[in-house]
Write a protein that binds this ligand. Structure first.
Ligand SMILES: [Zn+2]
Length: 242
């Protein structure tokens, strides 16, 4: 599918930290802003005001409060903001439902994304992708993957397979800074993996480890290196107990 994806030129992607370890992503095109998963409005409003960016759109990956909790307040501040997200009848705001195979052009900008459904962490989980960037919420983490709150191991395994088939030079923007803990777990199972050891060394003193490259996830992320959903299930269980 990656040959069909859009090349978004002239965008900048900036992390906004929230809570203990969340990342809210700001996609900036000139003075237009698109926010991915605003769990908290305050750090987003501070950043937008500081950079004089006009908020055009919000992209939601899934329903968890730490990804949507700031939306109401952002709407209050930017009443014309357009919101895209997965189907969910609990959301208390107006938004456009997007599904697998949809392509959106973010209102008021030239920025385009394709939607892939990735059930597992939650059943409603979707990710936003272009030729070079993947906003994957809590589906794929750097060297890890999201916990299964709703989906089956088989569903999550298939969701991760879809992500694995994107271009290896895709930059991975996930929803949490869990990388170092994830690498420790990966090393406990794959101690001789050269790339994994290099990754561990390289990130020792790095505070913001995101984005990663899909290529390095394919080489070091244990959840992308399993061969079937049974292996996936085994590793996911070990990680939950790690
Ligand atoms: Zn979540």
């Amino acid at each position: 599918m990656h040959s069909l994806l859009t090349q978004n030129n002239n965008i900048n992607i900036i992390p906004i930290k929230a809570f203990k370890d969340n990342y809210i992503w700001l996609i900036q095109e000139k003075l237009n802003g698109i926010i991915v998963d605003p769990g908290d409005a305050k750090p987003v409003l501070t950043k937008l005001e500081k950079e004089k960016i006009n908020l055009k759109a919000i992209l939601i990956t899934h329903k968890h409060h730490d990804h949507i909790g700031g939306i109401e307040e952002l709407i209050n501040n930017y009443p014309n903001v357009k919101i895209y997200g997965p189907e969910n009848n609990q959301f208390g705001f107006k938004y456009q439902i997007v599904k697998e195979g949809d392509a959106i052009t973010v209102s008021g900008t030239k920025v385009k994304f394709n939607i892939i459904e990735t059930p597992g962490h939650t059943l409603d989980h979707i990710v936003y992708v272009d030729k070079e960037h993947l906003f994957c919420g809590d589906t794929l983490f750097a060297c890890g993957c999201g916990k299964l709150f709703e989906g089956t191991h088989d569903e999550m395994y298939k969701s991760l397979l879809k992500i694995s088939s994107l271009a290896p030079n895709t930059k991975v923007y996930c929803g949490h800074e869990y990388t170092k803990e994830n690498i420790k777990f990966a090393l406990s199972m794959d101690a001789d993996n050269y790339e994994l050891n290099e990754r561990f060394r390289r990130l020792q003193d790095v505070e913001i480890t995101i984005p990663s490259l899909l290529q390095e996830e394919l080489e070091t992320n244990p959840f992308l290196r399993v061969r079937n959903s049974e292996e996936f299930k085994l590793i996911r269980k070990r990680k939950d107990e790690f």
